[in-house]
Write a protein that binds this ligand. Structure first.
Ligand SMILES: *[C@@H]1O[C@H](CO)[C@@H](O)[C@H](O)[C@H]1NC(C)=O
Ligand SMILES: *[C@@H]1O[C@H](CO)[C@@H](O)[C@H](O)[C@H]1NC(C)=O
Ligand SMILES: *[C@@H]1O[C@H](CO)[C@@H](O)[C@H](O)[C@H]1NC(C)=O
Length: 341
């Protein structure tokens, strides 16, 4: 009885989410760029394939190498966005990352904002992780992990990182999934030095899937991730001076950034974010009281989120067990197709 009800409720929820995700894809309206306008190859050059019009890039991982690209400029605050399709089939140990960093410039005091996509064994879902480091705070991971409300290997979805001097918001399509507002207590942990945008695919056999239990299996290679709708909005920083100086005028760039609307948290967006987090978040450093007995300064404890988590920050109920024991609780790929129709 309970399971029928859950089935029904979950399906309604999922179709609402899918509709939201589908319709939101159309609403994003930032200028997209050709690869050559703003990006450069970083590593694994032979595994970076650009389309003829230069607006669609494939990053491959095979036995010889992973691959990656980087923005040609560094930005002091900005919106970093791309539509991404992840490799399908058996992808254990494979990581696709879309992130900002300045680790090449500030070795000991680097800043970083991450989307990391963690591959999985066949039949199990990709997961996405977000993280934040500021001024070399590598001993304070601020990870969150989420299941995805769609199959990210089947079609493109837009992933965006919005970073201003006051807030950081991660988006999937038009839904904000995480917001970290700058607090005084965060101090240098709030990223505030210029960063570049990176997109990479690599072999993370030693940690990506079940803590390294499953390695990359090159029988299934090449693993191909695809990027399009590339977009960068923000204040470019002189790569020689590096730190912005008083002569840098970011006024125009900052008003372009505000005009994207990504930094505005409307009540509607906040509600969508809460719904996403209550249904798809599977780990949060904010609820990991074993790791952080004293909570991280920016964490806002939301009761409806918190009661889903154990003291180690992981979900109380095991997602996969749920999926097996009750086809109903979380839609399978087949369910998803039915919902879309
Ligand atoms: C952020 O930048 C805006 C505009 O440049 C400024 O008005 C505001 O005071 C800044 N906030 C902080 C916390 O530095
Ligand atoms: C960043 O770290 C360096 C080295 O530890 C320190 O000197 C500096 O004050 C820090 N910056 C901020 C904004 O906290
Ligand atoms: C920055 O540029 C804007 C327009 O691009 C101009 O109105 C403003 O006076 C400039 N500010 C400074 C401090 O140069």
């Amino acid at each position: 009885m309970g399971s029928f009800f859950m089935d029904f409720k979950m399906k309604i929820l999922m179709s609402t989410m899918l509709l939201w995700f589908a319709s939101s894809a159309l609403a994003i309206n930032t200028k997209t760029l050709a690869f050559g306008e703003a990006y450069s190859k970083l590593f694994g050059h032979h595994n970076i394939h650009r389309s003829a019009n230069d607006r669609h890039v494939r990053l491959l991982l095979d036995r010889s190498s992973g691959s990656g690209f980087i923005s040609s400029d560094m930005y002091q605050y900005g919106l970093f966005s791309a539509s991404i399709k992840l490799p399908s089939d058996y992808t254990a140990g494979v990581v696709v990352a879309f992130y900002t960093s300045n680790g090449d410039v500030f070795e000991k005091t680097h800043d970083e904002l991450d989307f990391e996509f963690l591959g999985n064994i066949r039949g199990k879902e990709w997961r996405v992780q977000t993280n934040i480091y500021g001024n070399g705070s590598t001993s304070r991971g601020r990870e969150e992990r989420y299941f995805m409300p769609f199959d990210p290997t089947k079609e493109f979805h837009r992933y965006s990182i919005l970073w201003t001097n006051e807030t950081i918001i991660f988006y999937i399509d038009q839904t904000p999934i995480r917001e970290v507002r700058r607090t005084e207590a965060m101090g240098g942990d709030y990223p505030s030095k210029p960063m570049s945008l990176y997109a990479t695919i690599w072999d993370a056999s030693n940690w990506a899937t079940s803590g390294g239990k499953y390695k990359v299996n090159y029988k299934y290679s090449p693993f191909t991730s695809e990027f399009r709708d590339l977009s960068l909005v923000g204040c470019r920083v002189d790569p020689i001076q590096m730190l912005p100086t008083s002569s840098n005028n970011c006024t125009a760039a900052n008003s372009d950034l505000m005009a994207t609307g990504f930094s505005a948290m409307t009540p509607q967006k906040r509600k969508a974010m809460r719904t996403f987090r209550e249904n798809f978040m599977s780990y949060s450093a904010c609820y990991d009281t074993l790791r952080y007995p004293e909570k991280l300064p920016e964490c806002e404890i939301v009761e409806s989120e918190k009661r889903r988590f154990k003291e180690n920050g992981h979900l109380k109920f095991h997602h996969h067990r749920r999926q097996r024991s009750s086809r109903a609780r979380f839609p399978t790929a087949t369910d998803r197709r039915q919902l879309v129709m």
